[in-house]
Design a protein around this ligand. Structure first.
Ligand SMILES: [Ca+2]
Ligand SMILES: [Ca+2]
Ligand SMILES: [Ca+2]
Length: 316
């Protein structure tokens, strides 16, 4: 076929328009997940089997001070100008229909502030709705946030827990990310061989075919290599997974990569139940480039009180 510059220009324009359309459509999907409602509008009588005090707010990570890119809060929340982001992690997954920005209060040494917007993005894969990103103005290194409280009705995915009145101390800005939750993924949710999306957020890849056991680990905030690249074999080989027979294994692959969130899936060749994960200091960084400390976590079972069940579940 003869080279035709007009045809090439047309093709390029079509490709760029398509890409722009896909990006805009994706951002609009992202914004639909966000909530800017400043009041708790959850009708609690619809969740009358939910109990307070059975769940925990596990972490609040002040990892970004005036560091959200200018357009990020628009893409995430549909509003310009919010520059701070603070991921919070719960002991269970949430029913997103019950999540409003007004469910949260952030306390400082003097006074409190509301959250402008809350979104599960970029942790939006199946099994990841325990992390929310709070977006707003959360002070600075010299006037840091101290506590995050849930002041509204915020209900777990199984509708058995109301997180209202839970509270957690904020991890300081200069601290690095640590492991805050881990669980065995149900076999029916493995999604082996799944490809990540073409976007730098939402939709990580799955473990490879042949994986016998998947352990989801959740960090207190988004993690990458120093400099912002996605992790590779160096970090994979640093993970240590203890099994109930006393042996220790290293994941043969890592899933849920390429999506900019705080989750990793540890892909194991062993079907012997995992019970604990540890990771050494100094390999991963948060968006501020603070290095992780040495960190370890005992696996929990989804839906079980994090304070009462330090023992790993049976594989189904
Ligand atoms: Ca609510
Ligand atoms: Ca993910
Ligand atoms: Ca991920």
């Amino acid at each position: 076929m003869m080279f035709n510059p007009l045809r090439l220009t047309h093709c390029l324009r079509t490709a760029l328009l398509t890409l722009a359309w896909v990006l805009l459509a994706s951002c609009s999907d992202l914004r639909e997940l966000a909530n800017t409602q400043q009041k708790d509008t959850t009708q609690i009588h619809n969740y009358d089997h939910s109990l307070e005090s059975t769940g925990a707010l596990v972490s609040a990570f002040y990892g970004l001070d005036n560091a959200l890119p200018f357009f990020a809060s628009y893409f995430l929340c549909g509003e310009f100008g919010h520059r701070d982001g603070m991921p919070v992690v719960f002991s269970q997954e949430l029913d997103l229909n019950t999540v409003e920005a007004g469910d949260f209060s952030v306390a400082f040494e003097r006074g409190t502030t509301q959250v402008a917007c809350v979104t599960p993005a970029p942790a939006t894969d199946q099994g990841e709705f325990r992390t929310l990103l709070l977006v707003g103005d959360f002070g600075s290194m010299t006037s840091p946030p101290i506590d995050v409280s849930v002041t509204g009705n915020l209900i777990s995915l199984d509708h058995r827990t109301n997180f209202k009145n839970t509270q957690v101390r904020v991890t300081p800005l200069e601290a690095g990310p640590s492991l805050v939750y881990a669980e065995i993924v149900d076999v029916e949710h493995f999604q082996l061989g799944r490809q990540s999306t073409m976007f730098p957020f939402g939709g990580g890849d799955g473990c490879p075919l042949g994986t016998k056991q998947v352990v989801r680990v959740v960090w207190s905030g988004g993690v990458t290599k120093p400099g912002g690249e996605e992790i590779d074999d160096l970090e994979r080989e640093a993970y240590r997974v203890s099994l109930i027979d006393g042996s220790t294994v290293t994941p043969f692959a890592i899933g849920d990569l390429g999506d900019g969130d705080n989750n990793h899936e540890l892909c194991l060749k062993s079907g012997i139940q995992a019970q604990r994960v540890e990771f050494p200091a100094g390999l991963l960084t948060d968006p501020r480039e603070d290095l992780n400390p040495a960190t370890a976590i005992v696996l929990q079972h989804p839906g079980v009180d994090i304070h009462e069940s330090p023992i790993a579940p049976k594989l189904r």
